[in-house]
Structures are given as C-alpha cells and as structure tokens.
Design a protein around this ligand. Structure first.
Ligand code: DLZ
Length: 175
C-alpha cells in the first residue's frame, strides 16, 4: 500500500472532543516521530490537552485503547511500530493489534486512528515517522483521521436522519 491518494482535508475544529493517544514503546526514535505527529495533528485541530498513555508493545495497544474508549474518550489514536524479524512473531503481533483495534472501534463506536507501522526494516519505519527526512507522517495522519471521523459520528448522533450532505455525484430526491 502506498501513501498516494490520501485526501487533502483542512483541519476541522475538534476543541469539543476528548482525545486519547495510546503509544507503544518499541523502536523509540520512530515512536518519538509518530507521537510528535499525532500531537501536532491534535494541536492543528484545536484539541485541548489530549491524554497520552504508553504501553510496552504494539500487542498491548488494543486493551489500552479499549479502556480509553470505555472511559468515554471521543477518539483514540493508536501508535506503534512493528519490524519484521526472522520468525512468524511479526504476523501474530500485527494481526492481533490490527484486529483488536478494529474491534475496539466497532464495539464502542469510537474511532481508533490506526497509526501502526508494520515494516520490513527500520528504514521503512523512519520514512513514515514524520521525522526530518521522512517522506510521510503517519502519526499525524492517524490522528487527523480519528478526529475527522469523531466529528462525523458526532454529527450522525445529533441528527440521525438528516440529509445534510449531497455530493456532486448524488441523484437528487425528486419525490
Ligand atoms: C516481542 C516484540 C517484538 C519481537 N517486536 C516488537 C516490535 O517490533 N514492535 C512492538 O511494538 N512490539 C514488539 N514486541 C513486543 C510485543 O508487542 C509485546 O509487548 C510482547 O510480546 C509482550 O506482550
């Protein structure tokens, strides 16, 4: 999967949202970049004092995300880096983290930003970490996606049946 095709969206005001970031601790330099990117996204969207929780590894991200969702946060951003080694361990950690985070989002109807890098080597991770010289800023992207989705969900809850958006390709209701 390449980063091409990502939407260019202006930050929306999220100053009314409670936001938590859960970050694993393996691969410190990459994690520092991801966490800084997520915090930059929160600031750009007006989030006040996002809560940051650290866990040991990416395998632990879902249980912490679940606790944060259950505690009432409107959006959770999950950050981690898993680097492929010589055994199938990589696949187990990646799929447990991915499936677990998705389950938290669906069970709690809370967006969980997916800032988990699953890389063949450290250079691939550095390229995506939002550091000087990185090509991409996945921590920022994951946080921005969670915040934008939280605003969408808030709008759905406020006006569950309103037709508030018709895009250019939509067929008008003539009835
Ligand atoms: C054990 C392990 C390994 C080998 N590699 C990584 C990694 O690259 N990134 C990461 O976030 N965590 C790794 N872990 C730790 C597991 O995620 C988990 O913390 C341990 O298996 C303990 O449950």
């Amino acid at each position: 999967m390449s980063g091409a095709g990502a939407p260019a969206a202006a930050p929306v005001d999220c100053s009314d949202l409670r936001v938590a970031v859960v970050a694993a601790s393996w691969h410190e330099r990459v994690m520092d970049g991801l966490l800084a990117g997520a915090m930059r996204a929160c600031a750009d969207h007006g989030v006040v004092a996002p809560r940051v929780v650290r866990v040991p590894g990416s395998f632990e991200l879902p249980v912490a995300a679940q606790a944060l969702a259950a505690a009432g946060y409107d959006a959770v951003v999950a950050l981690g880096v898993v680097i492929r080694g010589g055994t199938p361990h990589f696949d187990y950690v990646c799929s447990a983290a991915t499936d677990g985070l998705n389950r938290v989002a669906l069970d709690h109807t809370v967006p969980v930003g997916f800032g988990l890098l699953t890389c063949d080597d450290e250079q691939q991770a550095l390229d995506r970490a939002g550091l000087d010289g990185s090509r991409e800023d996945k921590g920022y992207e994951a946080a921005a996606a969670a915040l934008a989705t939280a605003k969408v969900l808030a709008g759905v809850r406020e006006t569950p049946s309103a037709a508030t958006h018709v895009d250019a390709g939509a067929v008008p209701d003539l009835g």
